[in-house]
Design a protein around this ligand. Structure first.
Ligand code: FAD
Length: 478
């Protein structure tokens, strides 16, 4: 048996990377060497918790967002002990349990929890954050080698926690000097918004939580004009209301095996809910806990149908805004400053006047229309399809067939519970994923609660593999 500690590499230093690290530390009793390869200077923030705007809030109650499952109120206790030190105090009348802390503070919580857990391990865990971009992964005998822009990293096992993939940048036609600064894409940096104070009209592409963040940032920067919010379905982000869950949409002992049956159950519940004057959000919330089980059994055709027809409405209810954030949106709508446009963006072009001409096609129409704005806000979301990603690591993994794209186009083929990567149904020993890469495999993979659960399962599975096959002897299954 090898005496040197196993080396575990996590690619991606956002939320999923850090919660994976926590679970690997907590699942293993033997000495380990842990390396997070993350491109950002700070760990644990990723896209969501990097924002420097204090009005960008987490979208759920603090009592549900702890990252140590054994201590359900871990975040609440951390806030009680540390929020003031970081300059945040509870809004009047709120409790820590029922607060919606700012996302920057949540990122600090994730970082400090990692630091504390590492400190408690003494020298059992050797930890390193390599600030680098992973650009390739290969097998080296029975181990892995991660190629990074700062040199290679050898590891016994690898966790892909690579998160969201940015979409291609919006192209604006026109001379370079005229198009510069016409698109705001650094949405979570307050200095990116300074120019909007003098603008009259903004186009916001997308209508989800990212669009709401953008509207809050524009308002904070002094924008007082009109928003045109363009999205394909026109479903504007909803505000979170604390509604008791409707108890009997599904029977857990006889879950529907097809999407049609599931929709039938939901429609029946909707009729009952309407009759009793209860909030419709309850149906989605009641179904959500059963999604992992139903998703694992669903056919690819049903998964694709769900993604195509129901996903925007489903996500609209699951990913609701904190009440304080929702009120900012309500105020803009009530003032008549937000116009919803439902359709598809065709072209952006800067005019001689300096305005951006937006060419778009309303949904259900074959004729294009135009209107003009001062600036465009790129809040149109992320690329979930690994086949479409230009990220060098993703291209390398697919080219070397170390991973396969999932049949749905979302993320990669993997065990939906443990996150172990699969190729044609065969487990790839020592290669795991947590979070967004698992969207096709287990669907709900993009929120705090789900990623914490996934990290627990991955930590247990990975460490138990290492214990049965100690360092240096993980046998890839292929
Ligand atoms: C604006 C926004 C707000 C959100 N708010 C909430 C919320 O309030 N509550 C909630 O539950 N969920 C929220 N989410 C969902 C969010 O996706 C998850 O909560 C979680 O933060 C995702 O973390 P992640 O690590 O998977 O992804 P990411 O945040 O995308 O982090 C991945 C990190 O890995 C790095 N990386 C990727 N590839 C490589 C590579 N090859 N080499 C090196 N580094 C790499 C990236 O640069 C990035 O830093 C929000 C999402 C967004 C975008």
């Amino acid at each position: 048996m090898s005496s040197h500690p196993s080396t575990l590499a996590i690619i991606g230093g956002g939320f999923a990377g850090v919660v994976s690290a926590l679970r690997l530390i907590q699942s293993s009793t033997a000495p380990i060497r842990l390396i997070i390869i993350g491109s950002e200077a700070q760990l644990g923030r990723g896209i969501a918790y990097s924002t420097d705007n204090p009005h960008h809030l987490v979208n759920g109650l603090a009592q549900g967002f702890g990252i140590v499952p054994e201590q359900p109120l871990h975040l609440v206790e951390w806030l009680r002990a540390n929020a003031a030190r970081h300059g945040w105090s509870l809004p009047a009348g709120a409790t820590f349990e029922e607060s919606f802390p700012p996302r920057w503070l949540y990122g600090t919580y994730v970082q400090e929890t990692l630091a504390q857990v590492l400190a408690e391990q003494g020298d059992r865990v050797t930890f390193e954050h390599l600030q680098a971009r992973a650009i390739g992964l290969s097998r080296q005998g029975k181990r892995y080698q991660v190629r990074t822009d700062k040199g290679p990293v050898d590891a016994d096992a690898v966790v892909l926690a690579t998160g969201l993939h940015p979409r291609a940048r919006l192209a604006v036609e026109g001379p370079a000097e005229a198009t510069a600064n016409k698109v705001i894409s650094r949405l979570w940096e307050q200095d990116a918004w300074q120019a909007v104070a003098r603008d009259q009209r903004l186009l916001v592409l997308g209508s989800s939580l990212t669009a709401l963040d953008s509207i809050i940032s524009a308002e904070d920067a002094g924008f007082g004009g009109e928003y045109s919010v363009l999205s394909r379905r026109g479903v504007l982000v909803q505000t979170r209301e604390e509604v008791p869950v409707w108890p009997d949409v599904l029977d857990p002992r006889a879950l529907p095996s097809t999407l049609a049956t599931l929709v039938g159950h939901a429609q029946q519940a909707r009729r009952q809910i309407r009759q009793r004057g209860v909030h419709g959000q309850q149906i989605t919330l009641a179904i959500r806990p059963h999604v992992p089980a139903m998703w694992l059994r669903a056919t690819v055709a049903d998964k694709l149908r769900f993604i195509r027809y129901l996903r925007p409405y489903w996500e609209n209810i699951l990913h609701r805004a904190a009440p304080e954030s929702g009120q900012r949106l309500d105020a803009v709508v009530a003032a008549g400053r937000l116009q919803r446009k439902v359709g598809q963006l065709l072209k952006l072009a800067v005019q001689p006047s300096g305005q951006v001409q937006v060419t778009w096609r309303p949904r259900g129409s074959s004729a294009a229309q135009t209107f003009e704005v001062d600036r465009v806000v790129d809040a149109h979301g992320y690329e979930f399809d690994w086949r479409q990603s230009s990220d060098p690591l993703v291209r390398d993994l697919l080219a070397n067939q170390l991973v396969r794209p999932h049949d749905t186009g979302f993320g990669i083929e993997a065990d939906g519970i443990t996150g172990q990567v699969q190729v044609d149904g065969a487990q790839v020993a020592g290669l795991f994923a947590v979070g967004h890469p698992l969207r096709g495999a287990s669907w709900e993979s993009n929120s705090i609660g789900e990623q914490v659960i996934q990290a627990v399962a991955t930590g247990q599975a990975l460490i138990s593999q290492l214990q049965t096959q100690p360092a240096g002897v993980l046998e890839p299954a292929l």
